[in-house]
Write a protein that binds this ligand. Structure first.
Ligand code: NAD
Ligand code: UDP
Length: 327
């Protein structure tokens, strides 16, 4: 089996590739423009003959022969995807079109990394896959939320019109080692601030909720979904819900008790609540997360402490890796 992982130098993509190469004779092509991903996430793979890195932007088409396409390419952190919102929409629309076209040509099974953001600021909780969402199409998050909604639309149009085999994972907040420390997401920001003994920045009054899933659990869910026969969208996340203030307290108590909390304005359209209903994932895939938040945070903090010392492998040079023209 030859896999294509777009966004494979990112946080989730690099963990996914590790699992694909862990056992058996499968090979992996990683396609990434390194916009928010990092060479250090795949540096340990670069000498594996079953692994190939192609620096490429999914907004441009590419010809390559593969059996499975895992389409993850897209910045996931709000500050990152809002930096250049038009580029984010193009990545979701043009990038998904290009990768679906490729899946059609190769007869590859296609998995989209969609998101809980397609539910917007939900009016029901927990969110099940049948909920149609409450999304602002004009706000600052729309480039991502509406981009992913269009990506889902394209997936199901390619399924109906061209018979492409599709899988859609609606991923809820995921965290773990290899998140970029400066990506602006809440778990990374709080850990980075606490390690530096700086105040934790809480947006709004901290009463908004999220449900955090450890990356190993999420990647197990992605693998189970790709292998399953389920063509419906599937929520993947950890249903344990907590407020942002509770998350701050957990990280502060673990790393730097007594640290101040600094209140900042709540960003526009920031969802008030988020919690996945994962009954479909359990029914269809037999999947549910295994690791609790305390243990997941321990592993993430440990990785951050190590990466503060040495995060890069100087022997890996992405410019020497295969270019799209050679592929
Ligand atoms: P990430 O930013 O670490 O990884 C995204 C990767 O995509 C990066 O390596 C980046 O360089 C690459 N990329 C971005 N635009 C590209 C383009 N135009 N062409 C080629 N490569 C491009 O984010 P992540 O957390 O690993 O997220 C991976 C996927 O999962 C994304 O599609 C995201 O929307 C989805 N997702 C993540 C979460 C989460 O909590 N981490 C939640 C919901 C959905
Ligand atoms: N948040 C916060 N302080 C920060 C970063 C984020 O209070 O320094 C809040 C943010 O407003 C949101 C939640 O934490 O309510 C999760 O934010 P994140 O960017 O991680 O992901 P989101 O689920 O919003 O995409």
């Amino acid at each position: 089996m030859r896999h294509l992982v777009t966004g494979g130098a990112g946080f989730i993509g690099s963990h996914l590739i590790d699992t694909l190469l862990r056992d058996g004779g499968d090979s992996v092509v990683c396609l990434d423009n390194l916009q928010t991903g990092h060479q250090r996430n795949i540096a340990h793979l670069i000498r594996d003959p079953r692994f190939q890195f192609i620096r490429h932007d999914v907004r441009d088409p590419i010809a390559i022969d593969v059996d499975r396409i895992w389409h993850l390419a897209c910045p996931a952190s709000p500050p990152q995807y809002q930096k250049n919102p038009i580029a984010t929409i193009k990545t979701n629309v043009l990038g998904t079109l290009n990768m679906l076209g490729l899946a059609r040509r190769c007869g590859a099974r296609f998995l989209l990394a969609s998101t809980s953001e397609i539910y917007g600021d939900p009016l029901v909780s927990p969110q099940s896959e049948t909920y149609l969402g409450n999304v602002s199409c004009t706000g600052p998050r729309a480039c991502y939320d509406e981009g992913k909604r269009i990506a889902e639309t394209l997936v199901y149009d390619y399924q109906r019109v061209h018979g492409v085999e599709v899988r859609v994972a609606r991923i809820f907040n995921t965290y773990g080692p290899r998140m970029a420390a400066d990506d602006g997401r809440v778990v990374t920001t709080f850990i980075r601030q606490a390690l530096a003994h700086q105040p934790l920045t809480i947006y709004g009054d901290g009463s908004q909720t999220r449900s955090f899933c450890f990356v190993d659990d999420l990647v197990a869910g992605l693998n189970a979904l790709m292998q399953s026969s389920c063509e419906l969208p599937v929520n993947l996340g950890n249903p344990t819900e907590l407020t942002v203030a509770e998350l701050a307290a957990l990280i502060r108590d673990r790393l730097s008790p007594g640290l101040e909390l600094e209140q900042r304005p709540l960003p526009l359209d920031d969802p008030r609540q988020r919690r996945p209903d994962i009954s479909r994932a359990f029914r269809e895939l037999g999947w549910r997360p295994q690791l609790d938040l305390a243990e997941g945070l321990e592993r993430t903090i440990a990785a951050f402490e190590v990466s503060a010392v040495d995060a890069t492998d100087a022997s890996f040079n992405p410019l020497a890796a295969t270019t799209a023209a050679q592929a």
